[in-house]
Design a protein around this ligand. Sequence first.
Ligand code: C2E
Ligand code: CA
Ligand code: CA
Ligand code: CA
Length: 279
Amino acid sequence: AKQMHRGAAQYFSAEMGVDARERFKLLKGLRASFEARRLFVVYQPQVELATRRVVGAEALLRWRNEEGKFVPPDQFIPLAEQSGLIISIGEFVLRTACYQVKHLRDLGFMDFRMAVNISLAQFRHPQFIPTLQAAMRDTEVPGEALELEITESMAMEDVEMVLHVLADIRATGATVAIDDFGTGFSSLSQLRQLQVERLKIDRAFVQEAQTSAAGSSIAAMVVNLGRTLGMQVLAEGIETEEQAAQLVALGCHEGQGYLFARPMPGELLEGWMAQQAGG
Ligand code: C2E
Ligand code: CA
Ligand code: CA
Ligand code: CA
């Protein structure tokens, strides 16, 4: 019952069940909102855990629909991926994030690294590298100020292809982080092959590290794995001082989470950065 028609109707498949119609409506709304420029990007700071110094931010997409309600990315990103809309939305996020970096650099924040989430469909698209290069050129943002986040499961999808694209990314000077690390099934040798700069530990581990002895040894293992492979380790979803302290003790380099800051619009990020820098 897969793929009955071409075009839009292909999203109605058996496994989508009764809410296929709902999803189709959601996709229509998303497309309309994107065209009407109602999608926007917010930024969540990332800090060096030991010092709390700001090292960068992650760009996160937001959609406020026609009724003014926020639709969570976990709901609409998969739809955008399935429909191919993620290619243009992803480019929008990348460019918007680059302009934000440019702006911060103009204000004197030169050591700022912007992380942008990249979907598999974008990553394997033949125009991905040219798009990346164009965004960097147009905004005068050097590669070193950009980090691309790809999920662990995505990195393991097609290792051959991934290695090729990673080499092209490296040539631009941008760095790469493996997102949601610990939720996939990558082997040590696969991870080593990728040679990415950073591992982002999924927030599930950060939370579990506190609730049980097993959870805490798993968190320790994941941090150690990254360190052993010579990668920087960033823990996401840090909400409490206890979690931050525990991760510092484990040797985790960087962190991101509500404890430090929530995702915020670019206009607020500037002020927030200035405030942090001032002590
Ligand atoms: P992610 O890449 O793992 O992003 C981190 C998510 O954790 C964000 O959710 C962020 O708001 C949330 N978060 C940050 N700190 C905390 C915390 O202390 N506690 C808790 N409970 N949550 C925290 P968000 O913004 O809802 O995004 C969800 C997912 O949607 C992202 O997960 C990412 O997979 C996807 N996404 C968001 N923006 C984009 C985008 O521009 N492109 C692509 N391809 N995916 C995106
Ligand atoms: Ca991410
Ligand atoms: Ca993540
Ligand atoms: Ca996630």
